[in-house]
Write a new protein. Structure first.
Lengths: 219, 480
């Protein structure tokens, strides 16, 4: 089970973060100030820390100076647009930063990337009779390898990592094609059609009207 | 050209000129005296020779017992006398009435020039003439020997006088060159020494100009330099003050923007996050739906409060206010109606003591100040507490005071409490719907009214906050 620590002084944001990470099935612990955060991080073995910059008793930067960022990866949350602050955070050993306000899925994607980079996430994803080996880029259905284009593969993985979450076409584009991709959202639709056909997902990869697509978990 | 060099060159030039001028005046004066002395010597030797000739002629006449000496005898006497009496290097020229000229001595100057210069009227006239390599002082006279007229010229060699003068002139030139060199060295050292403070001041100014605003010039040296240093220092002081002021304005602005972005983004983060969760999550339980949407509403309200206050702050900071005479009792009584429900909610008793005074104010903004004061007092008060609202006249000022007996403000918070977004107790303030902008707004409005806000507070005992504003000169009766 993946365990995260949420450090943020605004209680409503803490609630929101807890709700967000619980969607992806992560467990979370939380605290509201820097001092407690340092204590908790050094005493527990968290897989990742979401760290606000503006905190009472030690700000986020000071917290990072007191913890082992090699052991515990940190994503810091900031309301500051200032580039120097971002650079400062990354220099202090943060894995990534996310500027408030942000969408839930964006945060989940960032967490996912870091956990995978740190090999804390499984490289083998199972979904019903489908098995995906992310590192070897192989997808099998009932033990038979299915040929997917690289984009189709990435899209499938992204859906499987965000089970039961409605993903907008824009979100899918930025996750799979990158932020710079200026193509039409119809590209997403054709790829989804292909995935449905090749992996026989007509019933579980459903269209959410006016929003996008959602891969429903097999119960 | 550098100033020190200009001063050096002009001083040196003047000194050398003065030395030379003095030397020349002294020399020429000396020369004049020597010439005069030579002249009187020449005149007396001339007279002596003439007298000797005349005496000898008389003696010879008496000796020969002749009635008159012949011309030949006279010439003999003259020759005899001259050969005896004429000094070495001296000249003599005798010309008789028939213009027979006889020369004695080494040189034979042109008699015509002499005759022209020395005429019979000007007896014993003298003239200086160059003959060959020598210079002579000629004295001429017309003497009568045995009834015959003779022109007698005698001359002393005064070449030595001129040689002497030339030597002295040469000596003076050498001396002036040596003196000039010595003076140049001394002057150079002196000027460098005197100008040293200027270099130091320059260096310091340079450093100040490069941004070291706290530097000061040392005020040593001559009076002008001290003055300059003092002026530079007072300039540096005002530059530093201005720089610090601008820097602190920039810092305030940065802090304001940082706080603003933090304060705006915090509710936005919750709103966006929860809204997104509601949108993308497959199964949202009724409890979750309830909780999430409540938070969204709550945070939206907070955002609304901030933006409202912010708009007030911006608009009060921007425009010039139109100040009108308003009655304090009217304003405060109007506000009391607004306060009532706030007081009731916490069972707070409001005591008022209001003197009707007239002030020049923008009624709406001024109400907003008092509202904020009372709002803060209510938030700080405990259940069942009391708040006092008074308005009294103090000299030419109207003082409106709000006093509560609530939690008070800690010493370290007092200074910063007027800063935008500063909240002594963030969690509590937000719970009570505060945006941290109320007092910043009050301070801004007070500034616009030329009014002063005074704060007295003790932790745990309560707070007294007042606004002092100048009373308008009008009378109550004349106003409505």
């Amino acid at each position: 089970m993946i365990r995260l620590l949420i450090v943020e002084d605004d209680k409503n944001i803490v609630k929101m973060l807890e709700a967000t990470v619980s969607i992806a099935g992560y467990e979370s612990d939380s605290c509201y100030d820097g001092k407690t955060a340092i204590q908790k991080i050094n005493e527990n073995d968290y897989d990742l820390v979401l760290l606000d910059v503006m905190l009472p008793n030690f700000n986020g930067f000071q917290v990072m100076e007191h913890i082992d960022t090699e052991k515990t990866p940190v994503i810091f949350l900031t309301a500051l647009q200032d580039v120097t602050d971002k650079v400062k955070g990354l220099k202090l050993g943060a894995e990534d930063y996310i500027v408030k306000p942000f969408e839930a899925v964006e945060l989940l994607a960032r967490i996912e990337v870091i956990l995978r980079r740190r090999h804390k996430n499984n490289n083998i994803i199972k979904y019903g009779d489908i098995t995906v080996d992310i590192s070897r880029h192989i997808i099998k259905k009932q033990g038979i390898e299915i040929q997917l284009t690289p984009k189709e593969f990435e899209l499938t993985v992204f859906f499987m990592q965000n089970l039961d979450i409605a993903l907008t076409r824009e979100r899918l584009i930025s996750a799979v094609w990158g932020y710079e991709y200026m193509g039409e959202t119809r590209t997403v639709d054709t790829h989804v059609q292909q995935i449905r056909k090749k992996l026989d997902l007509q019933d579980s990869l459903i269209t959410v009207p006016k929003l996008g697509y959602r891969l429903e978990s097999k119960s | 050209m550098k100033l020190w060099f200009k001063v050096f060159i002009s001083a040196l030039f003047l000194v050398i000129a003065a030395i030379n001028a003095t030397a020349l005046v002294v020399l020429s004066n000396n020369q004049h005296m020597t010439i005069t002395r030579e002249r009187s010597r020449a005149v007396s030797s001339h007279e002596f020779i003439c007298a000797s000739i005349s005496n000898n002629i008389t003696y010879q006449r008496m000796k020969s017992e002749a009635f008159m000496l012949s011309k030949d005898d006279i010439d003999k006497v003259i020759e005899h006398i001259l050969s005896q009496q004429l000094e070495e290097n001296a000249l003599a020229i005798i010309s008789d009435s028939e213009n027979n000229i006889s020369y004695y001595g080494e040189e034979k100057p042109d008699i015509k020039t002499l005759s022209e210069k020395i005429t019979s009227e000007d007896n014993l006239a003298s003239i200086i003439l160059d003959c060959g390599e020598n210079t002579y002082m000629f004295v001429g006279s017309i003497s009568s020997f045995e009834g015959k007229e003779y022109k007698v010229f005698t001359a002393n060699n005064i070449t030595e006088v001129y040689n002497e003068r030339n030597k002295e002139l040469f000596f003076v030139q050498i001396l002036s060159v040596v003196l000039a060199a010595v003076i140049a060295v001394i002057l150079l050292l002196l000027i460098k020494l005197l100008f040293r403070p200027l270099g130091r001041i320059n260096k310091t100014i340079n450093k100040i100009a490069r941004g070291d605003y706290s530097l000061r010039v040392s005020t040593s040296g001559s009076e002008e330099f001290q003055q300059l240093a003092n002026n530079v220092n007072s300039m540096a002081v005002s530059v530093e003050e201005n720089y610090n002021r601008i820097e602190s304005i920039a810092e305030d602005r940065k802090r304001f923007i940082d706080s603003l972005s933090h304060e705006m983004k915090t509710p936005l983060t919750s709103i966006l996050g929860f809204a997104d969760i509601l949108r993308i999550k497959k199964n949202v339980t009724p409890d979750e739906l309830n909780e999430y949407s409540s938070i969204i509403v709550e945070e939206s309200k907070r955002l609304k409060a901030i933006s409202g206050k912010l708009m007030e702050l911006v608009s009060s900071g921007d425009s010039e206010l139109e100040l009108n005479p308003v009655r304090t009792d009217v304003i405060l009584n109007e506000l009391s109606i607004v306060f009532e429900p706030m007081m009731k909610a916490k069972s707070i008793t409001l005591f008022t003591h209001i003197e009707p005074l007239i002030i020049n104010a923008d009624a709406d903004l001024f109400k907003s100040v008092i509202y904020n004061f009372v709002d803060n007092a209510v938030k700080a008060s405990f259940e069942g507490g009391k708040i006092e609202l008074t308005c009294r006249s103090e000299g030419e000022y109207a003082v409106i005071t709000v006093r509560d007996y609530g939690m008070g403000i800690a010493e370290e918070d007092k200074k910063r409490i007027f800063e935008p977004f500063y909240m002594a107790d963030k969690v509590r303030s937000r719970k009570l719907g505060g945006a941290g902008l109320g007092l910043a707004l009050c301070a801004e409005i007070a500034k616009k009214h030329n009014a002063k806000i005074e704060l007295e507070s003790e932790l745990g005992k309560g707070t007294i906050i007042s606004i002092c504003i100048k009373q308008s000169e009008g009378k109550i009766n004349e106003q409505i």
